[in-house]
Design a protein around this ligand. Structure first.
Ligand SMILES: [Zn+2]
Length: 629
């Protein structure tokens, strides 16, 4: 079957015909042996030949699907090396995503519209993918605005790991009253009358925010499968073909993994998933790990779903939540239990990933690792890495390199970069995280998003942050030395994740013998102006030779997308990431909305300056909107 024009290709009957041939493409292969090509052939899920029409033409048989990329850029499929899809997929269709929304005004209009169609008993939740730095107004919504937009539907909007804003109906539904005590590490803000205002503050722990969200209705198992499928398809929309799930709270094993396991059994995964196991109960972490070590082994599974190790937490007490609006949390003594956990993993041949934000935490963790290394237990040939490490020091990087560790970086500071700068200073912001210092030590760096609760899952926003050093509003933060060039950034998003799962010989580049995982892009990542990188999407996404997403002139090449259920789902009406392709989607009204909002913000800044309240924080016109210039 041929799906596209095949000019220049001679049809014949080769002995080993390709299932799929992609031609007339600008292929970035990532393969140092052959970095550029215009065509490649795929058979049984893998790339067989890379080159030009002349090389692939002999492989076209009567059943070969030949796709003309019409000169578009093609890249190896992206791999988000730190995502929380296993948990996030369970309720993706119930969330209103503000990813890509450029004004609070637009976000609140979406809340108003969605509240009107949300059935009684259901909640409206916005959790992640936005921040005060991604909306023109540079502020959170107020409870009063949520009450006005949604008088009856419970609405919860979380802001990073800092705060949650609830309307009156949500306070009621969550059972938060004047008599509710503040939980440890959190604050229920109250008015003079003692009544909760609707603002919850993580000070500094985010448990209050997420235990509140956890009171919202959940989907039944079929609904969770459908929801996870929709999330994976949304990731395919951006050319993502692999991810590594970093696990988390409320994600026990094996129960918390049933949805992806079932989807895998039904052949319905459209993104390859490697997953981690994260002890759930404070004080019982080593018991959890021991139980799992008796059940499964790293690399168990197949090329679609496989276990990769433990983490991103190994023990709760060692976790330093990043809340850059608050001072660094002081962790208590955690080394004894932490050492037991790492020792058990190392003795059992398990690798791990470890969440750490601050250098103080990294140094304490490294001291434990070095003690075990002195006993000959570390790194023991196991794959391990530190995640996040925005504030890691050069000395710690030396120690990580000496122990053979890798690093996972995510664009958390794209959403809280100016907050970080206001607390730690411009100088610290130029090196957060110190990508140049990692590069000069030859450390392996894999990139990702940490979606969905802080940053967006859209990989192109993360790639923009890696390359530009700017937050989502375009405010420059990281210095040139600590940015990546585009090829390096793409490698960290392809080969980067493949190396973390030990699959670098089959995944991450387009070469003979590698999985046929690739994306045809709307715009050329290597040519497009830097500030437009976040607009890139995939026209065609292929995983293992299978078309999982097709848009634009490829529409029809992918299987029909199952409808979003329930039919009132915010995803069904708004879609996921709100793309900002020019002004044509919501037109002049949106442009006016942005301008009004920015004007309000500018007026607000002038007032703050006049009254001595300005702290030199945000530039009010740092809107991230091509319609407003
Ligand atoms: Zn983390």
């Amino acid at each position: 079957m041929t799906s596209m024009p095949v000019a220049g290709i001679r049809e014949g009957a080769p002995a080993q015909p390709a299932d799929l041939v992609l031609r007339n493409a600008k292929v970035f292969t990532g393969d140092p042996k052959r970095p550029a090509a215009t065509a490649f052939a795929v058979r049984e899920g893998s790339v067989t030949v890379v080159g030009g029409d002349r090389e692939v033409a002999p492989l076209v048989g009567p059943r070969t699907r030949v796709v003309d990329a019409l000169g578009h850029r093609v890249v190896p499929g992206l791999n988000d090396s730190h995502n929380h899809v296993v948990r996030g997929g369970l309720h993706f269709v119930l969330e209103l995503r503000w990813d890509g929304v450029r004004t609070l005004r637009q976000g609140l209009a979406m809340v108003r519209e969605q509240a009107a169609r949300t059935p009684p008993g259901q909640w409206l939740r916005v959790a992640g993918g936005w921040s005060v730095e991604s909306v023109a107004e540079h502020r959170m919504p107020t409870p009063a605005e949520l009450n006005a937009a949604a008088p009856d539907t419970p609405v919860v909007i979380t802001h990073l790991y800092q705060a949650a804003i609830l309307n009156r109906a949500a306070l009621h539904a969550a059972g938060i009253t004047r008599d509710s005590p503040d939980p440890a590490g959190g604050q229920i803000v109250r008015g003079h009358d003692g009544e909760p205002t609707g603002l919850l503050i993580a000070a500094p722990g985010a448990l209050l925010l997420y235990s509140t969200l956890a009171k919202a209705p959940v989907l039944d198992p079929e609904g969770q499968k459908g929801s996870t499928r929709q999330f994976l398809l949304e990731l395919n929309r951006f050319g993502l073909t692999s991810l590594i799930d970093a696990a988390g709270g409320f994600q026990d094993f094996p129960s918390g993994y049933r949805t992806v396991t079932d989807l895998h059994a039904a052949g319905e995964l459209t993104v390859r998933i490697a997953y981690h196991l994260f002890p759930q109960t404070l004080g019982q972490e080593v018991d959890d790990l021991r139980r799992w070590i008796g059940m499964v082994r790293p690399d168990d599974g197949d090329e679609w779903l496989r276990l990769n190790g433990a983490g991103e937490n190994l023990t709760w007490a060692a976790a330093d939540f990043e809340n850059f609006a608050q001072p660094r949390p002081e962790l208590g003594p955690y080394e004894a239990e932490f050492e037991n956990a790492v020792r058990l993993l190392m003795e059992s041949g398990w690798g791990f990933r470890l969440h750490a934000t601050y250098d103080e935490t990294v140094r304490r963790d490294l001291a434990v690792f070095e003690k075990l290394a002195a006993e000959g237990l570390f790194p023991g040939g196991n794959r391990w890495l530190f995640d996040h490490v925005e504030l890691v020091s050069e000395e710690s990087l030396d120690r990580i390199a000496a122990l053979g560790g890798a690093i996972g970086v995510q664009h958390r500071l794209a959403y809280q970069g100016t907050t970080f700068r206001d607390r730690y200073g411009s100088q610290a912001a130029t090196t957060a995280p110190p990508l140049g210092a990692m590069r000069s030590r030859g450390l392996h760096v894999a990139a990702g998003t940490d979606a969905t609760r802080v940053s967006t899952y859209n990989p192109w926003v993360a790639l923009y942050w890696l390359v530009s050093g700017c937050n989502v509003a375009g405010v420059p933060l990281r210095s040139g030395h600590h940015r990546m060039d585009r090829a390096e950034a793409l490698a960290s998003y392809t080969v980067g994740g493949a190396r973390l799962t030990g699959e670098q010989d089959v995944k991450g580049i387009l070469g003979p013998g590698y999985y046929a995982d690739f994306a045809v892009l709307t715009d050329d990542f290597f040519e497009i102006p830097e500030e437009r990188i976040p607009e890139i999407e995939a026209l065609l996404t292929v995983v293992g030779g299978r078309v999982v997403h097709a848009a634009g002139f490829f529409e029809g090449l992918a299987p029909a997308v199952p409808p979003v259920r329930p039919d009132w789902s915010p995803l069904a009406h708004f879609g996921g990431y709100q793309a900002g392709h020019g002004c044509d989607r919501s037109g002049l009204r949106q442009a006016e909305g942005v301008r009004d909002a920015a004007a309000e913000s500018a007026e607000q800044l002038r007032w703050r300056q006049r009254t001595g309240r300005a702290t030199g924080g945000h530039r009010p016109l740092d809107t991230f909107d091509p319609c407003f210039s």
